[in-house]
Structure formats: structure tokens, C-alpha cells
Design a protein around this ligand. Structure first.
Ligand code: IMP
Length: 443
């Protein structure tokens, strides 16, 4: 069976969790490969609403092994709280496996996130303030603490004794903040470490075994393509690799095992935090999309910036992720407009750009979006539609146009937050069929 990756195509909040939940029902193993509590996934199943920051959305499908892989950064208090909350609601969390190599977000990472943002002033990134960037920075400078350390008190103490003097120097001398003591940190972490210890494992070995025995593996991306630390709109990015390539780093699953990469596209585009956003609508239309789409951050509650769908950015996403298909969500939010717009390219200094300018956010300076106008689906509340063929003709045409611009098939669309509000397009396989689809010509 081939592995399937689900990624966000733009700046996050595309409702990946919903499609992961849908496809995850037919997966044996769901692996979240990056990010941390900066993510926020909301999934509605059976009348219940579940919000996750850390636990893979796949946990809602009983019997799944849900892996939090090496590339994640984990706040033990947040994770222990999510495990408890799910168990209290009767959700079986026995399939959870946390990589011993995943890094631990410590209280000083959260402090540093906040303090560094404050020092940036007008140049602030608009981070989620969860300590994600400072934790990844420690990982890269080999001064991090991993889950395998957290659950072994002697190892944890030795690591903290080596690392804390450095972090305290920065907290006190650079930021004028308070230092931490090893004893206080050990005491603060003890209960969460004990609660999480049964789930900590060598998750690369688990993935290897799943591959050898032909299991269906689904990768759950967090954040999104334009937030990738290399290819995203740097420096207004997160500190990890949300693109599909991230799924093969430290998970035990090689690139050759991946057959399908699905990009989740919102029917319009949003972003949170700072940074150029060419199709942003700073007007009543943007406000209307925000209100109808309830575009407020799951993690921070911040209003999201809203704009028309940037299909030029989507073409970049198709390329760097190797998308084999897309899922188009939030179609219901665009109902009610006489006309809907799609950005098909950028013009700078009167010249059309040949490709989306990737990387540094400054590369987007001066880019003016070129729009194509399509007829909207003005009066229809489409949230009760359950089959593609029952969508208004103009909504179907919109999906087909996005598909044509992306150059890959639209596999699923969704018209609301509940699991049953997502359905395959004609000719696309049901979720289970995705795992049997090959992406290799002639295979
Ligand atoms: P950080 O990941 O908290 O360091 O934030 C860096 C940037 O990524 C900020 O612009 C955040 O708003 C953005 N970001 C991080 N996680 C998400 C997410 O899950 N959805 C949307 N934006 C995110």
C-alpha cells in the first residue's frame, strides 16, 4: 500500500484536519510529522467538536496507530491535557505513539518566543507564542531536550544542568527576564512526563514495521506550504518543513513509499500573522468572508486575513509538494456572491511573472494579482449538499476551474465542518481507494 500525505497549499488553516479525519478512517497508521502546538485542528464528528493542537486528528478513528514523529515539537502540558480531555470524552487514545526523538517545548521557549517577538517591534512575525521557534532553534543548535530525555529523570536533570545556564543568560542578560532553576523545572514537568511516558516509543521502528507489513499510512501535515522555513514567505514562516518532503524526514518512511500527496485548498485564501499577502481583501468582501467562514485562529483567536483564492500560489504548491490531487474546502463560505474571483498570476512593473516567486517575502513586493472572474452561486446555502452533482452548476464550474489551474484532479470537496459534509468528486476513489492509487506512470 502506498503512503498518502495531506498538506496545506497556502498559509495554513485550510481544514486539513477534516480531510485527515475523513481519509484517516481507512488508514492503519496516521503520522503527524512536524510543527507543534502552533497548529489548531478542529474536527466535527457525530455531533461532537474536537479541537487539537498536538494530537493527530486521526485519533478519532478507533483502532488507528497515531504517531507524533521526530519532526514535532511537543509541549508536555498541552499534550497531557489533550490526552486527558479525549479520554474523558471516551475516545480511545491507546493508539498514540510519541517519538522519543521529538523535541520538548519548555517554559523558557515560550518566554523567549514572547520576548523575541516584543523586541522585533514593528517587524514582529506574529508567531503563535507557543515556543515553537525557540524550541526548533535549540534542536538545530543541539541544545534541545527530547521526549526520551523528558521521561528519564536522571537524563532530564543532566540535560537541564548543561543547557539551563545558557538559556538563563539569554533570559536575564538580554531580555531582563527571570531565570529558571533545574529543580523548579523538574518539579513542573514531573506529572506530565509520567502521564506521557507510556506513549513514548521508537516511532521510526513502528513506521518501518507498518511499511513491511503493507499497512495504509497517512501523513497529517500541519501548517502549510507558504509557512515552510525554506520555501515559504520567509521570515514570516514557521520553523519547520510543512511541505510533503517533511513527511519523510525522521518518520522512518522514505520518499519512495509515498504515492499520493493531497493538497488541501480553501476556496478562498487566508493567513494569520504578518507578511505580504497579494490577494488580501482589506474591505467589506474580506470581512464578509471572515464572518461567514468564522476565520478566527483556533490557537490564538486572532482574526485571519482573508482574500480571493490565490491559484498562482497554488501552482507553486503543486510543484514543491508533488501534489497528485487537491481537496477544496469551505465552498459553502463563498455562496452568496454574484461573482467570485481567482488569482491566476502576478504582474510586477507591468510584466507578468513566469512563476510564483518563492522564498523571501520581499520577493512578493510589488506583485499585483491578476484576477479571473467567475459567476458565483448567489442564493444557495449549499451546506446540506452531499454529492458533487448536487452542487449549483456555478460551484461545480468553480471547482473545475481551480482543478484546471492546479493541473491535478480535485479529489474531494467540502461544504461545511462536519465529516459528512465532505465528499469525493465524480470519478475519484472513496478515501480507502486512495491508498491503492499509484502515482507512477505504468505502475
Ligand atoms: P510560529 O509557528 O508560532 O513560530 O509562527 C510563525 C508564523 O506561522 C506566524 O505567522 C503564525 O501565525 C504562522 N502559523 C504557525 N502555525 C500556524 C497554523 O497552524 N496555521 C496558520 N498559521 C500558522
Amino acid at each position: 500500500m502506498g503512503a498518502v500525505v495531506v498538506v496545506g497549499t497556502h498559509w495554513g488553516d485550510e481544514a486539513k484536519g477534516k480531510f485527515v479525519d475523513l481519509i484517516g478512517q481507512d488508514a492503519d497508521v496516521v503520522i503527524r510529522y512536524g510543527g507543534g502546538p502552533n497548529a489548531g485542528h478542529t474536527v466535527q464528528v457525530g455531533g461532537g467538536t474536537y479541537k487539537f493542537h498536538l494530537i493527530p486528528s486521526g485519533i478519532l478513528s478507533p483502532g488507528r496507530i497515531c504517531v507524533m514523529a521526530d519532526g514535532m515539537v511537543i509541549d508536555p502540558g498541552t499534550l497531557a491535557g489533550e490526552v486527558r480531555a479525549l479520554a474523558d470524552r471516551g475516545v480511545d487514545v491507546s493508539g498514540l505513539r510519541i517519538s522519543h526523538n521529538a523535541h520538548v517545548i519548555l517554559p523558557y521557549h515560550r518566554d523567549l518566543d514572547r520576548l523575541e517577538e516584543a523586541r522585533r517591534g514593528a517587524a514582529a512575525i506574529g508567531t503563535t507564542g507557543r515556543g515553537v521557534g525557540p524550541c526548533y532553534a535549540d534542536k538545530a543548535s543541539r541544545t534541545g531536550i527530547r521526549m526520551g530525555d523528558l521521561i528519564r529523570p536522571e537524563r532530564l536533570r543532566a540535560r537541564l544542568e548543561a543547557i539551563l545556564p545558557l538559556r538563563n543568560d539569554v533570559l536575564v542578560k538580554v531580555h531582563g527576564s527571570e531565570p529558571y532553576s533545574v529543580d523548579a523545572l523538574m518539579a513542573a514537568l514531573e506529572a506530565d512526563a509520567r502521564a506521557l511516558a507510556p506513549y513514548v516509543a521508537d516511532t521510526q521502528a513502528i513506521a518501518g514495521e507498518a511499511l513491511r507489513t503493507g499497512k495504509r499510512i497517512l501523513f497529517e501535515g500541519a501548517q502549510a506550504t507558504m509557512l515552510d522555513i525554506d520555501g515559504g514567505t520567509y521570515p514570516f514562516v514557521t520553523s519547520s518543513h510543512p511541505i510533503s518532503g517533511g513527511a519523510t524526514i525522521g518518520t522512518g518512511v522514505p520518499p519512495t513509499a509515498i504515492e499520493q500527496v493531497l493538497g488541501v485548498v480553501k476556496a478562498y485564501t487566508t493567513r494569520v500573522g504578518a507578511g505580504t499577502f497579494p490577494t488580501e481583501l482589506d474591505d467589506a468582501t474580506g470581512e464578509r468572508i471572515r464572518t461567514r467562514g468564522n476565520e478566527y485562529g483556533t490557537t490564538t483567536g486572532r482574526p485571519r486575513r482573508c482574500g480571493w483564492l490565490d491559484a498562482f500560489a497554488l501552482t507553486y504548491s503543486v510543484q514543491v509538494n508533488g501534489l497528485t490531487g487537491i481537496c477544496i474546502g469551505h465552498l459553502d463560505v463563498l455562496a452568496g456572491f454574484d461573482t467570485v474571483r481567482i488569482c491566476t498570476g502576478y504582474v510586477r512593473d507591468g510584466v507578468a511573472l513566469p512563476a510564483f516567486p518563492s522564498g523571501d517575502v520581499a520577493n512578493l513586493d510589488g506583485c499585483v494579482p491578476v484576477f479571473e472572474d467567475l459567476a458565483g452561486w448567489p442564493d444557495d446555502d449549499i451546506s446540506s449538499v452531499r454529492r458533487f452533482e448536487d452542487l449549483p452548476a456555478n460551484a461545480q464550474a468553480y471547482v473545475r476551474r481551480v482543478e484546471a489551474l492546479a493541473g491535478v484532479p480535485a479529489r474531494f470537496v467540502s461544504v461545511g465542518p462536519a465529516r459528512e459534509q465532505a465528499f469525493p468528486t465524480p470519478g475519484s476513489p472513496a478515501p480507502a481507494g486512495l491508498f491503492a492509487l499509484s502515482s507512477r506512470p505504468g505502475a
